[in-house]
Design a binder for this molecule. Structure first.
Ligand code: UD1
Length: 393
């Protein structure tokens, strides 16, 4: 059996890693990795392959940056001959980036079986390119691997037949469980001269937050004010870095706002685990903070991951300094010592995906969280601020 995974952008790599590890354990399965090249900076791509032990891609399409149409078209044009030559039994696409949409289109038109990892999430916000990518990728997919039950209702509402939908859990959490012991060992806060629970980590890169100079200026003002209360670390995505540079803003005043280069997966995870608070517009960080029980403010009007808001770890905030500062104080003060437990966010999502792909397994409704907590005691007990009692083992 030959399975092709197509990935292209940073958040895809954490989703691919556990699937690759589960597939290589299967005798008779060949897993071919295609990197579209949507992200190409070493710290946006290579670093993640190395840290997550993902083998070097078998094919690299080298598409790079461009308008949405140009980028999507370039992936389609360059991927088609690769898939024609490989004739895989299934093509896996991940998340909601332009590479996901492009690959799903090419594979579906070649009448190949398409599997979408992280299917069914909906923000309802058609102004987000990711929402368009998600809806189209889901429509084109034969196997929809959903991370949470809310996704099931979204797909049902769109008329996707239930037999295509598989509630496997969250592959981002598979990667987190796998990497947490090493991330903790690296002691990231100390290397930045920070004390645990006494700093804020920020990631903002969405066009809605960084492309409009007025909004970006307001956000930087808010972060600078926050920097008077806690040190604020802002590892910048290249898009954000470019916009901040264009603005010509140099952080001033007595606050501690650190504008940094992007950091790798392990360092980011180590920083997040020790943070008092995370401020973000990323999807992955909303999930990771929820799993770890770290307060998170999401600077967006909506989220396709409402499951991260339900336990109270994640809150949506508008891009206004007063709102961000007040929400930050509240979130830190009200932090719960207990870590939320979300169904099937347990480190075994990739295993379930491979069961469906290779063995035609149907998943029953029995939650396997208890099994995962037994399997990952090191990761969970090594993390500060929670104990096995708190997570229910
Ligand atoms: C993409 C995804 C977004 C995801 C984000 C994570 C889409 C529509 N968006 O957004 O969902 O949250 O990745 O990072 O697919 N750039 C570099 N080096 C790189 C990559 C990008 O300098 O390695 C710069 C280029 O100026 C580029 C810009 O960042 O034009 C945007 O890159 P692009 O891949 O188009 O979208 P992202 O904003 O990264």
């Amino acid at each position: 059996m030959r399975i092709v995974s197509v990935v292209g952008a940073r958040p895809n790599f954490m989703k691919l890693a556990p699937v690759d590890r589960a597939l290589v354990k299967r005798p008779g399965v060949e897993h071919v990795i295609v990197h579209t090249g949507q992200h190409y900076d070493p710290d946006m791509s290579d670093a993640f392959f190395e840290e997550l032990w993902i083998p070097a891609p078998d094919h690299h399409l080298g598409v790079g940056s461009g308008s949405h149409a140009a980028q999507t078209a370039a992936v389609m044009e360059r991927l088609e001959p690769v898939l024609v030559q490989l004739r895989p039994d299934a093509v896996l696409v991940y998340g909601d980036v332009n590479s996901t949409l492009a690959a799903a289109l090419v594979a579906a038109k070649l009448r190949l079986r398409v599997g979408h990892v992280e299917a069914g999430l909906r923000s309802g916000d058609w102004s987000m390119p990711e929402e368009i990518n998600r809806v189209v990728a889901d429509r084109l997919s034969d196997l929809l691997f959903i991370p949470s039950r809310d996704a099931e209702a979204n797909l049902q509402a769109e008329g996707i037949p239930a037999e295509r939908v598989h509630f496997v859990g969250n592959v981002m959490i598979d990667s987190l469980c796998w990497a947490l012991p090493e991330a903790l060992e690296r002691n990231a806060p100390a290397r930045h001269e920070l004390r645990e629970g006494e700093y804020v980590v920020v990631t903002l890169h969405r066009p809605s937050n960084v492309d409009d100079p007025a909004t970006l200026r307001v956000l930087l003002d808010a972060l600078r004010s926050l920097g008077r209360r806690w040190p604020v670390l802002f590892p910048m995505h290249p898009r954000a870095r470019k916009r901040v540079r264009a603005l010509g803003v140099v952080p001033e005043g007595d606050g501690d706002l650190r504008l940094m280069e992007p950091v790798g997966y392990l360092e980011m995870l180590g920083l997040v685990v020790g943070a008092a608070l995370v401020i973000t517009d990323s999807g992955g960080l909303q999930e990771e903070t929820t799993f770890l029980g770290i307060p998170c403010l999401t600077v967006r009007p909506n989220t396709e991951r409402p499951i991260t808001c339900a336990p109270g770890t994640n809150r949506l905030v508008p891009p206004r300094p007063d709102a961000i500062l007040a929400a930050a104080e509240r979130a830190v003060a009200r932090r719960s010592p207990a870590r939320p437990v979300i169904e099937r966010w347990d480190g075994r999502a990739a295993e379930r995906i491979v069961g469906v792909l290779c063995d035609d397994e149907r998943l029953d409704d029995v939650s396997m969280n208890d099994v995962a907590l037994r399997r990952y005691p090191v990761a969970i007990s090594a993390a500060p601020a929670y104990s096995h009692e708190e997570v229910g083992t």
